[in-house]
Design a protein around this ligand. Structure first.
Ligand code: PBG
Length: 324
């Protein structure tokens, strides 16, 4: 008798497929990145990220209300810093009245219960466009992590719930954790970009924030895409230093890393579907070469299947609208 097992039985119709489906996507899965700029009444589309915008604080209010009404409960804030405020040490990052600090307060006032995560890295503030302090063409690790710790405290003072260091300096999680504890911010969490690769998929993001490195590349701190074991070492170190959530970035090209980290460690795992991934899908859809909504949903489902607990994605709003 052959075949004894007919796997197609459980695929015969939508009802049976629904019954045996292993993963579902909900609004709880998402973390929504938001780009903030100075000014008033600004909602400007990012050239290489169709239908994604930079917001001034007033239009940010409208956007955050919309996200909340859709059931989205976490945002990740990035700021575009005016050129005249950039320097090598990222001094503006510590300004209690800086754009990030005002953005945090604005979101908090708009939706007190939304989870506010903030990007912690020097690149948007750096005259060199690097994630750390530069000396003689090198990125200086230990001086940088001191600034990152101060920056994290400043975000916590403004009302951030979770700081998200995206810089890939060594030892920064411990230095941030200690600074937060010292200042009494024991409930402020850390989502660490633990396995962040030196990736060409970040291109559109650097357009969005005008934060491309002025010289060289980020390969002395971000990881080599060839490496897998190194991702485990980085992640283990960040957890030991106090990370509450660890992240893999980019997403689609690194699903093997997501799964391996999920299997190995017991903290929540986040994945970042980065700007280039978004841009690729948008561009192919614009040309009529791919079905936008279907590819979008499939890409998000792939993150869940790979084991992601948190998905940072520029598609969050579109996905939830499609689901409801
Ligand atoms: C900066 C930062 C980057 C991204 C998030 N934080 C860019 C980089 O490292 O150059 C990329 C996000 C995206 O491409 O969507 N530290």
């Amino acid at each position: 008798m052959f075949p004894l097992r007919r796997n197609r039985r459980l695929r015969a119709n939508a009802a049976i497929r629904g019954l045996v489906r292993e993963n579902i996507i909900t609004a709880n899965d998402f973390l929504v990145p938001l780009f903030v700029v100075e000014g008033k009444g600004i909602k400007e589309e990012i050239l290489s990220m169709p239908n994604y915008y930079r917001h001034s604080l007033d239009t940010l209010v409208t956007e955050v209300k919309l996200l909340w009404s859709l059931g989205l409960r976490s945002v990740l804030l990035f700021v575009k810093v005016p050129d005249n405020l950039k320097d090598n040490k990222g001094t503006e990052a510590l300004n209690a009245d800086g754009l990030m600090q005002r953005a945090i307060k604005t979101v908090k006032n708009t939706c007190p219960d939304i989870i506010i995560m903030t990007d912690v890295a020097l690149d948007p503030y750096s005259s060199f466009g690097h994630d750390g302090i530069v000396e003689e063409g090198k990125i200086i690790n230990d001086d940088t992590i001191e600034v990152l710790a101060e920056m994290s405290v400043s975000h916590a003072e403004a009302g951030a719930n979770i700081v998200a260091p995206s810089d890939m300096m060594d030892g920064r999680i411990l230095s941030i954790r200690e600074a937060l504890e010292d200042e009494g911010f024991v409930d402020v969490g850390i989502m660490s970009y633990s396995a962040k690769y030196a990736s060409a998929f970040y291109g559109p993001f650097r357009d969005a924030l005008d934060s491309a490195p002025g010289f060289g590349d980020k390969k002395t701190y971000q990881m080599d895409p060839a490496n897998r074991h190194e991702a485990m070492r980085e992640t283990e170190m960040d957890i030991d230093e106090g990370a509450d959530i660890v992240m893999v970035k980019p997403g689609m090209a690194y699903l093997d890393i997501v799964r391996e980290i999920k299997n190995e460690f017991d903290v929540p795992v986040a994945v970042y579907q980065v700007s280039g991934e978004y841009a690729m899908i948008k561009a192919a859809a614009e040309k009529g070469w791919l079905n936008h909504d279907e590819v979008m949903m499939e890409s998000i489902m792939a993150f869940k299947r790979a084991g992601a607990d948190v998905i940072a994605s520029y598609f969050a709003k579109d996905v939830i609208k499609l689901l409801s």
